[in-house]
Design a protein around this ligand. Structure first.
Ligand SMILES: [Zn+2]
Length: 490
């Protein structure tokens, strides 16, 4: 109302010059006013009564896939990255590299918007998703930067991102190369023109960025010498990064609420990680399914499957909390907002618990206990701890707590904030089976992503890995080089 009056006033008084305005300022009021103004007197400046706030001019638009090219119901969208990004794209933490293509220049509007499928698009898309994943965890880190594993003693080296690093059905993070590398491939039985680019998958890019960030937080966790559950935490953190990053985006959260009618156990794109990639490898539900029922006794020492047990437990806790919060806030808040807030709160809880977990050999029960303790200290309703205890117990990770009987018999009171089953708000549980292969055996990483199969995490001494700092090729070849040195000194 006020704006229209102001338009009329401005147009009338500024006179003939306003004939040019309609093209820039459409709308019936200003158009009529401008025509009227054509016959009016000489222009006269009328200052606006209220100062117009001038926003900070930092930030760029990127075109990104919401999931990947195969999830057509979601497609692509513009994303706003509110920090300075230079041609590359590159910023203070991340740089992009594609031979013959980078640096990719911003367009005249300062944006990185390119035709999907073009090399420039792949660079921009990959950079934007990496940048968003980093920003999400930095928010949970109190706004503080999270160092990469090599960022010690004043080292500020960036993470290099290679969107088209070569041919292969994989992607990986390498501490030695300080890089994320995304490969591309033609699925078996497809014409050579059908190429799946792993960099175009929101989930895969988020997953690999998760490995890089977790390696900075917990440099001792990538070593293959740790128990399989520690490897499982790394794989799971990658998948959870993809899930939580999707839920940090309001349009994705809203699409999920509508698709599932606010029941996260309903089939959706969210629980299917890396849809296009998974289909290309013959897995209709994507590469991994977060909404699974796997238990520790079913997975042996196979790290990828072990990771799904942890991811599944966290996904179940998320579904429980969202159901509880939507019921609790049904009259005061839209379910999409509840989902975004609940997911962010759980993501932060998992992040804090992982930061607080042991530096080496971390087990699922360690992270579960930290989650229980941090949840209590930050004042979550007691039922949050009940959800956590139940879901880890169902997965055979922790000892069966009393409320589990209620859950399994369908008697659990899902909407009672203080519900604990037996009145005990327990914040310390034990591992169900200390002899589990997931704790005792060697890690079988054969079905993990490329990161877990990098030789640097298999052969470099666990103690060396656990220390922050650069890792050189010679560190990987240390044993061979030592042997040669001994042989040549004879
Ligand atoms: Zn991985």
């Amino acid at each position: 109302m006020t704006i229209h009056q102001q338009d009329v006033q401005e147009s009338q008084s500024t006179g003939a010059t306003q004939i040019e305005v309609p093209a820039q300022r459409p709308g019936p009021v200003s158009r009529i006013a401008a025509l009227r103004g054509a016959a009016a007197a000489a222009p006269q400046a009328v200052p606006r009564p209220v100062p117009v706030p001038v926003p900070a001019r930092t930030g760029h638009r990127f075109l990104i896939y919401k999931q990947d090219p195969s999830v057509t119901e979601l497609g692509a969208r513009l994303a706003f990255v509110p920090t300075v990004v230079l041609n590359g794209p590159t910023d203070a933490r991340v740089r992009t590299e594609m031979q013959g293509v980078t640096p990719v220049a911003r367009n005249v509007n300062g944006d990185f918007v390119f035709a999907p499928g073009s090399p420039q698009f792949d660079c921009a898309h990959t950079f934007a998703v990496v940048r968003q994943a980093i920003a999400m965890y930095e928010r949970h880190n109190g706004g503080n930067p999270i160092p990469f594993a090599w960022n010690v003693g004043g080292n500020t080296d960036r993470l290099s991102v290679f969107p088209r690093a070569g041919v292969g059905a994989n992607a990986f993070y390498s501490r030695t190369a300080k890089a994320l590398k995304f490969l591309f491939f033609t699925p078996e039985g497809q014409p050579p023109t059908t190429v799946v680019h792993t960099c175009r998958s929101f989930d895969i890019v988020a997953h690999e960025t998760g490995h890089a960030l977790l390696d900075g937080l917990k440099p001792g966790w990538l070593s293959a010498a740790g128990p399989p559950q520690t490897g499982g935490l790394h794989e799971s953190f990658g998948d959870l990064t993809a899930i939580f990053l999707a839920l940090a985006q309001p349009d994705q959260a809203e699409a999920l609420i509508a698709l599932t009618k606010a029941n996260l156990h309903d089939k959706s794109f969210l629980a299917d990680v890396a849809e296009e990639f998974g289909r290309a490898l013959g897995m209709p539900s994507g590469l991994r399914n977060a909404d699974n029922d796997l238990k520790l006794s079913q997975v042996g020492n196979e790290v990828h499957a072990i990771s799904q047990v942890f991811t599944g437990a966290i996904y179940d806790v998320l579904a429980d909390i969202v159901a509880f919060e939507i019921a609790r806030q049904r009259r005061t808040k839209d379910p999409t907002i509840v989902l975004i807030e609940s997911a962010a709160a759980l993501c932060r809880l998992v992040f804090d618990a992982i930061v607080a977990a042991p530096a080496t050999g971390a087990r699922y029960v360690d992270v579960a206990n930290k989650m229980l303790q941090i949840s209590a200290s930050r004042g979550d309703p007691a039922i949050y701890r009940t959800f956590i205890r139940n879901r880890f117990a169902v997965r055979e990770i922790t000892t069966a707590a009393t409320p589990l009987t209620d859950l399994m018999s369908g008697q659990m009171k899902m909407t009672e904030a203080d519900y604990t089953g037996d009145g005990q708000d327990v914040t310390e549980v034990d591992a169900l089976d200390e002899q589990s292969a997931s704790l005792r055996a060697e890690q079988d990483r054969s079905r993990c992503c490329g990161t877990m199969q990098m030789p640097e995490y298999q052969v470099v001494d666990a103690e060396k890995l656990a220390k922050r700092g650069s890792l050189e090729d010679d560190d990987i070849l240390r044993d061979d080089l030592d042997e040669l040195r001994r042989a040549f000194s004879k």
